[in-house]
Design a protein around this ligand. Structure first.
Ligand code: NA7
Length: 557
């Protein structure tokens, strides 16, 4: 279709945004206030915050440093907000996002308590129809899925869960009024980043805690604490610098790999470096270690050995310590949990570890507790900390039907198919923020979120200026991108773990590395996306024809 044949839009909205977390809120602000679009936002929850609205389990806090876990697009906002701790707690982040919603007057354009259940593309009008569980049916030119990467809870189909007489909670669907563990026998299923935060907190309150571990984790101390006002002042004075550094960094943090092989160091030299990173706490040990950590098993083993020694030195009972030492995957190939007294908690008298490989896996949930390895553990409360159907789950749940009625779930049955993780062939004008095959969860999320929102905003601006109606990936560009994402991951140790990065935590999910590990980091990915736009959106089609053809046909007219 040429521009002249472009249907006049009678859409209810120019853009519909789904989700009022970090990404959706900025998208709404950006499209409405920078481009002047008529935008509405549907949010399933009754408040803003996304991840930080839902994840209210004890100990829930961010694992990124607070001074960079925030929006950086507004200089005044950066100056006026003060974080109290190195890693903000869930309620502090939620207060921050509430503040942003007020500050940018977002709430009048957010429809709370409405879950999007179907999104259908109309080939004739080239508009999307969006339906919610509350009966809304509205049309829009653009849809922006700001649905989060870790927002579809994974509640494994444990046999007998419905028969349990006590209460059970998934960590990401936590009651707003909290849960009182006083005098209760509690079971926690899972030992991922969430459980590592929750277990020490629950152990302090519960009468007894049983932890059901399927795979042990390498943990590094968070070293949380109050933010030194002098450091905070210095950072505020240098926020332009901070912003540039994180935007052009590898993972969206002020962290860089040690530019040498760990195998080229003496034991004394590397021990000193490991101690430094361990004492600093946070993601440095994971994301700023020796540069061959993710590529060479031999190098990785040297680094992993340090963490294994730490576990053995912390946990008093050597049998329990051995259960807690990871042995089946390279260090860093599962998401790094940051801990505060996690391993120490297993020294407490009221804490029991039930390890799937040595004590036996969970067999069923009974009316009175959990049966694992032939033994029943009596419980009053079960905390299910089993994570998420990461990256693809939230998008597959939207009921998306693109060109010709093709369902996204069918197209993606063997894994996600995108170009740059931003758009997919056959799904015009449906933008994804920090979706699969983009750096997303491998980065400090707000950095990647801002990059995507700004790229999408400029893309829509471009389309409007050039009177272009639809944009989508070409099948060729998409195929190449999917292969590229897999090739890069295949050159690392990442595929060796049964991680949610690989889709391995969900039974039946196709196994592949879901995020994009850009060899030049998030800075390189940003540059790549910008260059593609500068070259007239290479690899994309406008109005069903590639950019080159559009230009040629316009010239011919
Ligand atoms: P994760 O990291 O996926 O951890 C989930 C945990 O639950 C992990 O220990 C799993 O073991 C365990 N799990 C999952 N399914 C089962 C079943 N069926 N039986 C027993 N144990 C199970 O989720 P989190 O919520 O901790 O963290 C997710 C991200 O949220 C986090 O990385 C941050 O980015 C924020 P497994 O290791 O798969 O054997």
């Amino acid at each position: 279709m040429t521009n002249q044949q472009q249907p006049k839009s009678n859409a209810d909205f120019d853009a519909i945004v789904i989700g009022a977390g970090f990404s959706g809120m900025y998208t709404l602000h950006s499209l409405r206030d920078k481009l002047g679009l008529n935008v509405t936002l549907f949010e399933a929850g009754n408040g803003v915050g996304g991840t930080w609205y839902w994840n209210r389990y004890p100990g829930a806090r961010c694992d990124s440093d607070s001074y960079i876990y925030c929006y950086t697009f507004d200089k005044n906002l950066l100056q006026e907000w003060n974080w109290s701790e190195r890693y903000p707690e869930q309620d502090e982040i939620l207060r921050y996002l509430e503040h942003c919603a007020e500050r940018f007057e977002l709430k009048p354009d957010i429809q709370f308590g409405k879950r999007v259940v179907a999104i259908t593309f109309d080939d004739e009008t080239t508009l999307w129809t969006v339906r919610t569980d509350k009966g809304d049916t509205v049309t829009s030119r653009y849809v922006i899925a700001a649905v989060g990467s870790l927002s579809t809870a994974n509640v494994p189909p444990f046999k007998g869960l419905g028969s349990f007489k006590g209460k059970w909670y998934h960590t990401s669907q936590w009651p707003h009024e909290g849960v009182d563990f006083t005098a209760k026998r509690v079971g926690v299923i899972g030992t991922g980043a969430t459980a590592v935060q929750a277990i020490p907190e629950i152990a302090q309150q519960a009468k007894h805690l049983t932890v059901f571990q399927r795979t042990p984790n390498f943990c590094v101390p968070a070293r949380n604490g109050k933010v030194d006002p002098e450091i905070s002042k210095a950072r505020k004075a240098d926020y332009n610098g901070v912003r540039e550094r994180i935007k052009n960094s590898f993972f969206g943090f002020e962290l860089n790999f040690i530019p040498k092989s760990v195998l080229q160091t003496t034991p004394e030299e590397r021990e000193k470096e490991f101690d430094r990173m361990w004492d600093d706490g946070g993601f440095g040990f994971w994301l700023a270690n020796y540069q061959d950590m993710f590529f060479s098993k031999e190098a990785n083993d040297v680094i992993a050995d340090y963490l294994k020694r730490k576990i053995r030195a912390t946990v008093n009972d050597p049998v329990v310590a051995e259960k807690l030492v990871p042995k089946t995957y390279p260090y860093g190939t599962k998401r790094q949990p940051l801990d505060t007294n996690y391993f120490e908690t297993f020294n407490k008298k009221n804490v029991l570890l039930v390890d799937a490989s040595t004590d036996g896996p969970i067999e069923e949930i009974t009316p009175n507790g959990i049966r694992a390895g032939g033994k029943e553990y009596p419980l009053d409360i079960i905390v299910i900390a089993t994570g998420f159907d990461a990256l693809t789950g939230p998008l597959k749940n939207l009921g998306i039907k693109g060109r010709g009625g093709k369902a996204l779930t069918d197209e993606w049955k063997d894994g996600p198919l995108t170009y740059l993780g931003l758009l997919a062939a056959g799904f015009p004008n449906l933008f994804m923020i920090t979706g699969p095959q983009s750096p997303s969860v491998l980065s400090n999320m707000p950095v990647s979120i801002e990059q995507h929102v700004e790229w999408i905003t400029e893309c829509i601006r471009y389309m409007r200026e050039h009177k272009l109606t639809t944009i989508e990936a070409t099948p060729q560009a998409q195929e190449q991108w999917v292969a590229h994402v897999a090739e890069i991951a295949g050159a690392t140790l990442m595929p060796q773990a049964n991680s949610w990065y690989m889709g391995a935590n969900i039974s039946g999910k196709s196994r592949q590395f879901l995020p994009y590990l850009c060899p030049e980091g998030v800075g390189g990915y940003r540059k790549k996306c910008a260059e593609i736009a500068e070259r007239g959106y290479e690899g994309f089609m406008f109005d069903g024809v590639s950019r080159t053809e559009t230009t040629e046909s316009r010239a011919a007219e």
